[in-house]
Design a protein around this ligand. Sequence first.
Ligand SMILES: Cc1cc2nc3c(=O)[nH]c(=O)nc-3n(C[C@H](O)[C@H](O)[C@H](O)COP(=O)(O)OP(=O)(O)OC[C@H]3O[C@@H](n4cnc5c(N)ncnc54)[C@H](O)[C@@H]3O)c2cc1C
Length: 438
Amino acid sequence: MIGAGLAGSAYALHAARHGLNVELLSLAAPLVANSDWAQGGIIYDTSTDSAALAKDILEASDQTANPAAVDQLVREGHGAVKELLLDELQVGFDRTDTGALDFTREGGHSARRIIHAKDATGHAILGAVAPKVDATPRITRRSGWVAIDLLTLSHNSDDPADKYQPLTCFGAYVLDTVTGVISAIIAKKTILATGGLGGIFLHTTNQPGSIGHGVAMAYRVGARLVDLEYVQFHPTVFAKKNAPRFLITEALRGEGAVLVNARGERFMDAADPRGSLAPRDVVTRAIKHELASSGEPCVFLDLSALTPDFIRERFPSIHERCLAHGVDITREPIPVVPAAHYACGGVHTDLKGRTSVRHLNAIGETACTGLHGANRLASTSLLECLTGAKFTAQADIADIARGGFRQPTPRPWESPVREADLNLVRQDMLQVQTTMWN
Ligand SMILES: Cc1cc2nc3c(=O)[nH]c(=O)nc-3n(C[C@H](O)[C@H](O)[C@H](O)COP(=O)(O)OP(=O)(O)OC[C@H]3O[C@@H](n4cnc5c(N)ncnc54)[C@H](O)[C@@H]3O)c2cc1C
């Protein structure tokens, strides 16, 4: 399993409980993942009208999403959240005075159907999932182990005749960043759960390291990629000079905050009937248009409809973080700009995580079932991690029980003759980021 965010961790739990041994790799410590940074929440649709959720997902995607993937999420998502997060891990989602789950709303949603843990939902979820993973026999966590290339029968087998086999993956070359040693991990199933690629843009909401490792490795072995041009830009990222960029959750707008320009005008009302709660692509385009025509460096999120007590209680992390950079959001608007946020495309898979390469799967943000089409509806991705992990694990468990895996000895990794010049690598990266941003 390459990646220990919510998708990789949830898969590991399913697979290990059914007797499979899982090597769970990550770039860094267990909680260093975009899953940990999710703010707004996760859909938990308890309504009997699941068609309304499907309609919202399709509408946000501009009718480009894959209806079969939407149908799977809408049918199965509720059970996946209930089983793992509510019943088993009892994640501390916010509740009302009566003890019922507190539902919030975000852009593009026609109903309040998102559960959350204040404004740090991802941390509450991964913070509960990671210890469970560590306590589960058969999962070996390997933090700081970076997959660098996939092993295929065509490229890495010691038997030349394997070149004529169908394209088949049997593991990965992995760098142990502590020892600097690169070794091959051989696996019956190799799963890419490496998250997003926001880091290839100059401005992003993503964790460092989210630069599409999984997509690149899949591309190098010839897997089918799809919809890579569909990158979602989050409309509201903190934008103060000399301060870091960080996400300002859409749930603020769900609770009544509105976007205004430097003159205090609500420009979203003219752009879309849903105003500040239009889907992200619509809001981002409107902000870009506003900035281009005004020449201002940012727009503002006006929170004057929310009381200071509510802001401090419901959005404590954002309140503190903005305050640390000189903006008291109980008294003044938040300066914001859009930034690269979510890869709607990725490694193409069916609804059981299977890519076009045999025994290579992909789940979570790295994968693309077509669920999001051209634009993701808010709070669908954590849910997709859970459903994708569950269905992929179930398919792999059945497949592995059938047997018939060929696992040759891979050729040893061949290091490049010369050390890479890190300055040149950084310069190239900056050029990629600037080009992508433009
Ligand atoms: C700031 C922010 C807020 C968000 N808010 C929400 C929200 O409220 N609701 C929602 O549904 N979604 C939200 N999202 C999106 C959501 O968090 C992500 O899409 C989702 O968490 C992705 O999960 P994942 O398991 O696929 O990847 P990640 O959680 O990103 O995990 C990727 C894992 O892969 C590992 N990895 C990467 N490359 C390698 C490699 N080469 N070798 C080994 N390991 C590797 C990383 O170390 C990490 O463990 C938000 C995203 C961000 C950035």
